[in-house]
Design a protein. Sequence first.
Length: 344
Amino acid sequence: MRRIAVIPGDGIGPEVTAEALRTLRAVAPDLEFDVLDHVNADRYLATGTALSDDDFARVASCDGALLGAVGDPRVTSPDYARDVLLRLRFELDLYINHRPAQLLHDRLSPLRDQGRRPIDCTVVRENTEGPYVGVGGALRVGTPHETAIDTEVSTYRGVRRAMEFAFARATRSVCLVDKANAVPHNGTLWQRCFREAAALRPDLPTRHLYVDAAVMLLVQDPTAFDVIVANNAHGDVLSDLTAQLAGGPGTAASANLNPQTGYALCEPVHGSAPDLAGTGRANPLAAVLSAALLLDCAGRAEQAERIRTAVRTVVRDLRCTADIGGSLTTSGAGAAVRDALHGE
Ligand code: ATP
Ligand code: MG
């Protein structure tokens, strides 16, 4: 992986992406970047499309991508997300959403006062199917008999490839989370695919939990989990919970992947946080750690680990933004990471 597309996007996206990019340049000087500054809400509002076909081709021709955030309070239509992020996810077939949640420092855990041991797990979320496929409709709209239908779709191929990734990542255990007791057709398929994948890794402990039980156990004992595999909707919610247990939105990173083509689009879990845009208060570490994930996906584990070590150092030393206990600005926190890289 050598060429990276960069979409800074909206809100705090450009501010945090600038720090991620500087960090990447510091650890991987051989990478080349194609920065698409213009893919944002301003352009969407002016032209009705943010990511043109040419832009899409530019992003697709790179080996991976780094995204800041897409979202703007002036744009209320869900079509904007479809235009950019969902288009990239679907057309590049980025069928895995991989969200590691590893506590950077004890003080960041909301469970610290309960004496709980720290979270270190990964949510593997199926990223292209489930209730997010857009199949459905509305009947008799505006009448007392209005009926809304969204259909949850899982395919054998889609679930199997999610399972393959989950089992390949796991070192301690894999937990399937679903709601098979209430959504039986999808549940049956997921459980069969889970058993099939488990049979190929008989050494690995497995577990099945309904999503309601899983969220309780995650808070009660996060160390019970290594890899959690779940559908698009449950994975979305579970990974926000694990992100919070690991230190909050300022530090949570994610990768949208196609393990077969090797394409990775990495982005912070947080959105454009319009309340923070332009204030210098946005924490750049989620974006910086997303850059580290991108390096991981590129087989550059050593460079990725250098970034993570630097991040752990600045968090420990309170050289960070206010949301995680420091008093630095976005650019100050980014500079601190680069200092820590050089001081290692
Ligand atoms: P979007 O619609 O793009 O998802 P949003 O309004 O949902 O945007 P998020 O980005 O999801 O906002 O963040 C929700 C809140 O979390 C923000 O209002 C902000 O206070 C906090 N937050 C998010 N990202 C960061 C960050 N990088 N640093 C500090 N706080 C953050
Ligand atoms: Mg949001």
